[in-house]
Design a protein around this ligand. Structure first.
Ligand SMILES: *Cc1c(COP(=O)(O)O)cnc(C)c1O
Length: 395
């Protein structure tokens, strides 16, 4: 059993330090360097970044449909609806979160404004195939790299490959401003369109976020996380509220305001630690991934050829939902950092009001997958205990 005072976060986020509030330089310039792009635009969340991108595209086109994978972050769909556009769900390929190219080909048409290939948990989508197909149909490609800052695909940074890319700096993502996001675009004309849609200043929202970020810096340790993450998690699970447990609930209103210079400076300070942090995650992940892959009846999502992902967590698929659920029953509430990313395929979130899609692979993926944190707080013996639970259930 885990020591009672410890709580491992479900995903390895770069810890924020209170000293990040002192000094600092241009976050935009630092990120542009890191990503090897000419310009970065900061917004108050990944969702806000998407709203900026979709609004800019909508103004320039009569097309009204936006295609997303049927297994993705519900906030992406909320952003599309917020912009008055129509989300169209594309089934994923079997055992994965990325588009089935056959399914994408069958639904893309001359009303498709944009297609959103999505990298999840540091694992990369096949953006190049999506770009080929989308461009043949005159659609723009927005790469969702919210969970994959720092991952590379054939030497290019995830998020910088398609026409537009978005990142998230929400709590628990690779680098955090408590809430924040970024946008990049390939060409200068597109960059100007995006800049024109940037969010206005709302000082009260921003003040709230500064305080939340400072509080986050203080509690982001195993003892602090127990109170702010572990206890609410167990309360939600006890009531059977799975979506609430993993934070899948979409707020009724999506905040849209400018990020202050102060918070951006904390980001620039944290960014200096990011390369070393990502290396440390890689280093910890390699032997643990090998151990997981040796377990019976378990599939671990790995990098495709040419991809070099980041390792905030492991995505693990069991052969049956029964086995997956049995693992969750034994592990979810004990502070191991065993969790799930999105608990449902998109049509199964009642709040979004999207139904009757033929998306069997996405539903299977939601039913079979769980995640194991690769937080540096998770010790080898603790990781070994998780493996023992999986082994016992497969046996
Ligand atoms: C978190 C997330 C978003 C939204 O980002 P926020 O900063 O939380 O608004 C979008 N897409 C994916 C895949 C995400 O994980």
């Amino acid at each position: 059993m885990l020591e009672r005072w410890r709580e491992v976060p479900p995903t390895a986020g770069l810890p924020v330090k209170l000293r990040d509030f002192v000094g600092g330089s241009s976050f935009e310039d630092g990120l542009a360097d890191f990503l090897d792009v000419s310009r970065v635009q900061i917004e108050c969340s990944g969702t806000a970044a998407l709203i900026v991108a979709l609004t800019a595209l909508k103004n320039e086109s009569r097309r009204r449909r936006v295609i997303v994978p049927a297994y993705t972050c519900p906030l992406v769909v909320a952003a599309i609806l917020h912009c008055g556009l129509t989300p169209l769900l594309c089934d994923v390929r079997s055992g994965h979160f990325d588009f089935s190219m056959a399914a994408l080909e069958s639904i893309i048409d001359s009303d498709t404004l944009a297609v959103i290939p999505t990298h999840l948990g540091g694992r990369l989508a096949d953006v190049d195939s999506t770009i080929d197909l989308a461009h043949r149909h005159g659609a723009i490609v927005i790469e969702d790299a919210a969970q994959s800052l720092g991952a590379t695909l054939r030497g290019r940074m995830a998020g910088t490959i398609a026409d537009i890319g978005i990142y998230s700096f929400a709590a628990g993502k690779g680098l955090t401003l408590f809430e924040g996001g970024a946008l990049v675009a390939r060409d200068a004309a597109m960059q100007r369109l995006l800049r024109a849609e940037s969010a206005p200043s709302r000082p009260l929202w921003e003040l709230r976020r500064v305080l939340e970020l400072a509080a986050y810096a203080i509690v982001y340790r195993p003892s602090g996380l127990r109170a702010v993450y572990g206890i609410p998690l167990r309360r939600a699970l006890k009531k059977g509220r799975l979506a609430e447990a993993v934070g899948d609930i979409t707020p009724r209103r999506l905040p849209f305001h400018r990020v202050s210079a102060l918070r951006k400076k904390t980001g620039s300070n944290a960014l200096l630690r990011l390369p070393t942090f990502l290396d440390a995650l890689n280093h910890q992940a390699a032997p643990r991934k090998a151990k997981l892959m040796d377990l019976r009846d378990v599939v671990v999502l790995d990098d495709a050829a040419g991809a070099s992902g980041t390792w905030p967590l492991f995505m693990v698929l069991m052969l049956t939902q029964r086995a997956r659920d049995a693992i969750m029953t034994r592990s979810w509430t004990v502070g191991f950092g065993v969790s799930r990313i999105f608990v449902h395929a998109i049509p199964d979130y009642p709040g979004l009001g999207i139904s009757d899609a033929e998306i069997p692979n996405a539903r299977d993926f939601a039913a079979l997958m769980f995640t194991i944190s690769n937080s540096l707080f998770l010790t080898d013996p603790e990781f070994q205990q998780i493996c023992s639970v999986i082994e016992a259930i497969s046996a």
